[in-house]
Write a protein that binds this ligand. Structure first.
Ligand SMILES: Cc1cc2nc3c(=O)[nH]c(=O)nc-3n(C[C@H](O)[C@H](O)[C@H](O)COP(=O)(O)O)c2cc1C
Length: 153
């Protein structure tokens, strides 16, 4: 069983809806899951949490939503190295914008810099292609869960 924290970046609630569906799925597999709706550095430095799932939309012109921005800035500032932790990214966006799903890419780049290990590729969900992001997120998170370390323990 893993202790998983979902870090949500959202403006209008789509990413939070996806996060809640992922949380239900992960809990049904026996994991301990919490959702950070307004993330701060303490959420990532929490020694009890081994795995993070970043679920974020992109706003403005390729920007990180406010609910994740403070965490991003705090981590950029302090750059704590966290090599024993794992993460995944679900990046919501709209390909009619220039900077498609940039917030997810920025968070991924930062977590790479902090030396966490990403499980699976980033899942990109394009609002131009689907009105139901959960339909893409659910099968992805099932596969992602199967990659978690020590899942049998
Ligand atoms: C004002 C505004 C700006 C946006 N800017 C971007 C952008 O730069 N890149 C992108 O991929 N999507 C962009 N989007 C699309 C959102 O990321 C997408 O609609 C997403 O599903 C919203 O999720 P949320 O409800 O969790 O915020 C923008 C949407 C709005 C309304």
């Amino acid at each position: 069983m893993a202790n998983i924290k979902i870090l949500v970046g959202t403006v209008y609630g789509n990413a939070l809806d996806v996060a809640e569906i992922c949380a239900d799925s992960l809990r049904s597999e026996g994991h301990l899951v919490s959702i950070a709706r307004q993330s701060q550095i303490e959420d990532v430095m929490d020694s009890g949490v081994d795995v993070f799932l970043i679920v974020t939309s992109t706003t403005g012109q390729g920007e990180i939503p406010d609910t994740l921005l403070m965490l991003y800035c705090q981590l950029k500032d302090r750059l704590p190295i966290l090599p024993a932790k794992y993460y995944g990214v679900i990046a919501l966006g709209d390909s009619s914008y220039d900077n498609f799903a940039e917030a997810g890419c920025l968070m991924d780049g930062l977590f790479q810099e902090l030396k966490l290990t990403r499980l699976d590729e980033i899942l990109f969900i394009d609002a131009c292609e689907t009105m139901a992001p959960e339909d893409e997120a659910l099968p992805w998170v099932v596969k992602w869960e199967s990659l978690l370390p020590n899942r049998a323990s």
